[in-house]
Write a protein that binds this ligand. Structure first.
Ligand SMILES: [Zn+2]
Ligand SMILES: [Zn+2]
Length: 401
């Protein structure tokens, strides 16, 4: 039993150090119990810092344990499985710690700040994930400035900064990650049980923003409305599912809006352009911003930076009359074999308006969201068929969609 916790050796220095830490921890807990008010607040902050230090020690040990392959001798198929069964971590928590352990050796400043307690565990996890996505060497080049930002931000804000950094330095990797996230989407609506139906699911950030905007009531609750916010969202979702609430059948009616901020480079698809930004600050890949901007009827595009006016001038939505004519001509998504009706489609500019493509019938086709996404984010080509429908062709990445 190589790693049984009960195994102690007489004169074992690790064991005696652990005994001293435990005694100190008892002492600390007793002192913390004695304070209150502002002093207790300080104590809680210090307690978190202690926990972060323990995580730093753990990460360093885990890096060596991972390398040694010793977990196999303990019967585990990999180190994550070992962490789950022996250290009582969930799969996600185990993978996160392994990611940190592996990346820290390539991030010397992060590693040092973590070990001395200047940098908290959650910030380190964000940096490790970023290094996994774009490579530790890339993070290392910007390590000082990222660490300086980490000091001033909570982990949630810092995640936004790290995501934006990823999009800037490696648009392709960020896009691949977004495509992976999109693959994870699902929705289940359970069978009724005890009079309750459970709804559960995952969405990519763009779809999530649309749903959130749609179910967050636009009006403040009436004075005598005693429903909780959660109940109001549930009621709104059910209202939206009633057929008459979803706009006209040709998709020309009012539709949910998304606000996107993007620079002109982003919309033009320039190689190292930053990502776009949804209203709530979520960063989306440049190609996603191009797709959402493609049918400006579902979105409002705001410029970012100096060329703001240029985007605002160029951006235009498909007029309702054009949209109706498109619905009559295309009768739904034009992708070969696709049967999705007009109200589930976007109008796609065959040549994007940002590249001077006109918003007229000859340059517009209806595509459902999965097919529209395939053309933009997944880089598929479109070829017109004699039938009036369009064939989607997998293509080496091109910027002409
Ligand atoms: Zn498009
Ligand atoms: Zn389709």
């Amino acid at each position: 039993m190589p790693h049984a916790p009960s195994m102690t050796v007489k004169g074992d220095r690790l064991e005696s150090a652990r005994t001293r830490v435990n005694a100190a921890m008892d002492d600390y807990a007793a002192e913390l119990r004695r304070v209150d008010g502002a002093r207790l607040g300080e104590g809680l902050i210090a307690t978190r810092a202690l926990k972060d230090r323990v995580e730093a020690v753990f990460a360093e040990g885990l890096r060596r344990f991972d390398k040694s392959g010793e977990y196999a001798a303990d019967g585990a198929i990999d180190v994550v499985a070992w962490l789950r069964s022996r250290c009582k971590l969930s799969g996600g928590a185990a993978a996160e710690r392994l990611g940190i352990a592996r990346q820290l050796q390539h991030l010397p400043q992060t590693s040092k700040a973590f070990a001395t307690g200047e940098l908290g565990y959650q910030h380190v996890a964000v940096l490790a994930r970023t290094a996994e996505h774009v490579g530790a060497a890339t993070v290392r080049k910007a390590e000082s400035s990222l660490l300086a930002l980490a000091e001033t931000m909570d982990p949630g804000q810092f995640t936004g900064v790290a995501k934006s950094f990823e999009h800037r330095v490696d648009a392709q990797a960020a896009l691949a990650e977004t495509n992976r996230a999109y693959q994870r989407r699902y929705l289940t609506v359970s069978e009724p049980l005890d009079g309750i139906v459970r709804i559960d699911g995952l969405l990519d950030v763009e779809a999530g923003a649309l749903v959130r905007n749609a179910v967050s009531a636009s009006l403040p609750p009436a004075r005598d409305d005693d429903r909780t916010p959660g109940q109001r969202r549930a009621d709104r979702l059910v209202e939206l599912c009633q057929p008459h609430a979803t706009g006209s059948a040709d998709g020309a009616g009012p539709r949910p809006h998304l606000i996107i901020r993007a620079s002109i480079d982003t919309l033009l698809g320039a190689p190292d352009a930053p990502g776009g930004e949804l209203d709530d600050g979520t960063i989306i890949p440049a190609e996603t911003a191009r797709r959402i901007a493609c049918d400006a009827a579902i979105s409002r595009i705001l410029g970012k930076g100096e060329l703001e006016a240029e985007i605002t001038r160029a951006s235009r939505s498909t007029p309702a009359a054009t949209r109706r004519a498109l619905a009559a001509r295309d009768r739904g998504c034009v992708a070969e074999h696709c049967t999705r009706p007009p109200q589930w489609t976007d109008s796609h500019h065959v040549k994007h308006w940002i590249d001077q493509g006109p918003t007229t019938m000859s340059n517009l086709i209806l595509l459902c969201r999965p097919h529209h996404r395939r053309v933009h984010e997944e880089g598929w080509g479109l070829q017109r068929l004699a039938t009036g429908r369009w064939k989607l062709i997998p293509m080496p990445r091109s910027r002409s969609a």
